[in-house]
Ligand binder design. Structure first.
Ligand code: SAH
Length: 495
C-alpha cells in the first residue's frame, strides 16, 4: 500500500492550528450545537470542509457542494469538528457505499464519493499541493501531445483510473486482537481514528485470496487457542497476519507476526495452513516484541516453504520476500511504471539511477530500454530480491546496492558514475535533502519523480526547480481507489 504508513493511527492534525487546543475564543459555536453548513471542499483525509459564519468545520462523510445539518463535536480557535446529522442538499456525486463496515473501518475514506468524481478530486488535490506548497504554476490538463503548454506551467494530466476499481489489493496486513464481548480472537482493521479492531471477513478492495487467508488463519487461531496480542498490556502472541498474493502466478505468502519467538502449536499452525490453503507457497514468522505501531520486527524466518513468492508485471518476473516493498495494486503498477519509463525518455544508451528501488521493479522496467541501470535501496532483503530478479529475467545491465540513497549515490558519483536520468520513488516523507542536492550536482538530463505523497512531492519539486530543473508534466495514477491516497509520476528536464 502507501509506503510505510499504518492504517488507522492515533490523532491527526490540520496544519497550522495544531496547537490551538486552548479554550476557543473566536469560535462562533458551542460544543453540541446544531448548525447548517455548506461544504466547500475535502481535506487530504477526505473530510468535508464546511464554512459557517467565517468558521471552518471538518465533517466526516460530507461532500463538496452539499448542505448539511451537523452537530458540533469539538471546537478549537480556528476550526472545529462536527458530526453529520442530516443531508439537506445532496451532491450528485454521492453514492451508497457498497461495503457494510465502511462507516466504522478506517481503511477507505471515499466510498460515498462516486469514482469519476474521486479521480477528479485526486487530480485537484495534486494541483493544490503543487501550487500551495511548491509555489508552482499549473497550466491545465494538457492535450494529447506530451509536453504541450509546458511553457505556461506544469501540465497535470487526468488521473489514470481503473476500469474495475475493486478487489485490487494484493496484500492484506491486519492487526489481531481480542473481542470485547467474549475475548475471542478477531482480526480486521482499526476503526477510523482509533486502535479498536473491527473484525473483518470481506474487504471489497482486497483480492479474494487474501480475504480467504485472513478468514482461515483467524479460524485456525481460534481453534488452536492462540492468544491475541494486547496493545495495552503487551501480552499475547499473535499481533498481525499478513497475506500477499502474486496475482499473476496465484502464489500466496502468509506472515504471522508474533510477540516473541515462541508460537505455541507451531506444527499444527503449519499443517493446518498447508491443508486448508493449498495455494500458500510460503509461511513466514516475523517477531515483533516492541511497543510500536510498526507491523514488522527485525527477526524474520521461514516456518515452511519458500522464502519468497513470485509475481509478474508486464512480462517481468519478481521474487518478493516478506519484508520487501511491493506495490499493492498490480494492474495500476504496470501503468505507473510504463509512464515512468516513458518519462525517462530512453534510447538504449543511457545510464539510469533508480533511487529507492525496492526489489528492483522500476529498475528492471528501465533496464529493458537503457544502457545501464543502478538501483539503490535501504532494505537489504529487498536488494537481495532485486539482484535475484535481474538474474531471473536474464537482465545483465542492472546492478544494485543496499544503503541509504543519500549516502550511496554521492559515493557512486565520486567513483565516476554519472547518470543521464535519475528516477526517485521515495516513501511518504519524500526525498532526503542530501539526495536532492546530489541530483542537482550530478545534473542528469531528466529526473522522473514517482511519489505517493503530493505534499512532499511539491516540497521536493520546489528544490529541484530552484536548482535548475523544470517540471514538465505530472500524471496522477489511482493506485488506491476509494481511499484518499494518490500516486503521481512527474517528468522534469534540466533547463
Ligand atoms: N520503487 C520501488 C519501491 C518504492 S517504495 C517500487 O516501486 O516497488 C520506497 C522504497 O524506499 C522502499 O523500498 C523503502 O525501503 C526504501 N527507502 C526508504 N528510505 C530509503 C533511503 N533513505 N534510501 C534508499 N531507500 C529507501
Amino acid at each position: 500500500m502507501n509506503k510505510g504508513r499504518s492504517r488507522g493511527g492515533k490523532g491527526r492534525t490540520h496544519g497550522a492550528a495544531r496547537s490551538a487546543a486552548v479554550v476557543p475564543v473566536d469560535a462562533p459555536f458551542q460544543k453540541n450545537e446544531e448548525v447548517t453548513v455548506d461544504i466547500i471542499g475535502l481535506t487530504h483525509d477526505g473530510e468535508g470542509v464546511g464554512r459557517a459564519d467565517g468558521y471552518t468545520l471538518f465533517i466526516q462523510g460530507a461532500l463538496p457542494g452539499e448542505r448539511v445539518r451537523v452537530k458540533v463535536m469539538k471546537v478549537k480557535k480556528q476550526y472545529g469538528y462536527a458530526k453529520l446529522e442530516e443531508l439537506m442538499l445532496s451532491s450528485p456525486s454521492r453514492i451508497e457505499p457498497p461495503c457494510d463496515i465502511y462507516k466504522e473501518c478506517g481503511g477507505c475514506q471515499l466510498q460515498h464519493f462516486d469514482y469519476p468524481a474521486q479521480l477528479e478530486w485526486k487530480r485537484q488535490h495534486v494541483v493544490d499541493n503543487l501550487m500551495r506548497i511548491g509555489k508552482l504554476s499549473v497550466a491545465g490538463e494538457g492535450r494529447a501531445v506530451d509536453g504541450e503548454s509546458a511553457s505556461t506551467g506544469i501540465v497535470v494530466r487526468k488521473t489514470v483510473g481503473m476500469d474495475e476499481p475493486w478487489r485490487y489489493r494484493n496484500k492484506a496486513a491486519v492487526p489481531v486482537g481480542a473481542s470485547s464481548a467474549d475475548g475471542g480472537l478477531l482480526a480486521g482493521f482499526y476503526a477510523r481514528g482509533s486502535h479498536r479492531i473491527i473484525d473483518m471477513d470481506d474487504c471489497l478492495i482486497q483480492h479474494e485470496h487474501n480475504d480467504e487467508v485472513i478468514r482461515v488463519v483467524k479460524r485456525i487461531g481460534r481453534e488452536l487457542g492462540a492468544a491475541p496480542y494486547n496493545e495495552e498490556t503487551g501480552r499475547g502472541v499473535l499481533r498481525h497476519v499478513m497475506a500477499r498474493t502474486g496475482v499473476v502466478t496465484g502464489e500466496i505468502m502468509v506472515v504471522l507476526v508474533t510477540n516473541g519467538r515462541k508460537l505455541p502449536l507451531v506444527e499444527s499452525w503449519i499443517e493446518r495452513i498447508r491443508r486448508e490453503l493449498p495455494a500458500v507457497k510460503s509461511i513466514i514468522q516475523n517477531v515483533n516484541e516492541r511497543d510500536t505501531n510498526v507491523i514488522f520486527g527485525d527477526d524474520t524466518f521461514v516456518l515452511w516453504g519458500s522464502e519468497v513468492i513470485y509475481d509478474e508485471l508486464d512480462g517481468i518476473r519478481f521474487a518478493i520476500s516478506a519484508r520487501s516493498f511491493y506495490q499493492v495494486n498490480p494492474a495500476q503498477t504496470v501503468a505507473l511504471y510504463r509512464k515512468a519509463v516513458e518519462y525517462a525518455g530512453l534510447t538504449g544508451t543511457e545510464t539510469v539511477i533508480d533511487a529507492y528501488c525496492g526489489i528492483g521493479t522500476i529498475s528492471l522496467f528501465l533496464a529493458r530500454q537503457a544502457g545501464r541501470v543502478y538501483g539503490v535501496e535501504i532494505v537489504p532483503e529487498a536488494i537481495e530480491d532485486a539482484a535475484r530478479n535481474a538474474a531471473l529475467n536474464g537482465i545483465t545491465n542492472a546492478s544494485f546496492e543496499a544503503g541509504p540513497a543519500e549516502v550511496v549515490i554521492p559515493r557512486w558519483r565520486k567513483e565516476g558514475i554519472t547518470a543521464d536520468v535519475i528516477v526517485v520513488d521515495p516513501p511518504r516523507k519524500g526525498c532526503d535533502p542530501a539526495l536532492l542536492e546530489t541530483i542537482l550536482s550530478m545534473q542528469p538530463e531528466r529526473v522522473v519523480y514517482v511519489s505517493c505523497n503530493p505534499s512532499t512531492l511539491a516540497r521536493d519539486l520546489r528544490v529541484l526547480e530552484d536548482g535548475g530543473y523544470k517540471t514538465v508534466d505530472v500524471v496522477p495514477v489511482d493506485m488506491f481507489p476509494w481511499t484518499v491516497h494518490v500516486e503521481c509520476v512527474v517528468r522534469l528536464y534540466r533547463e
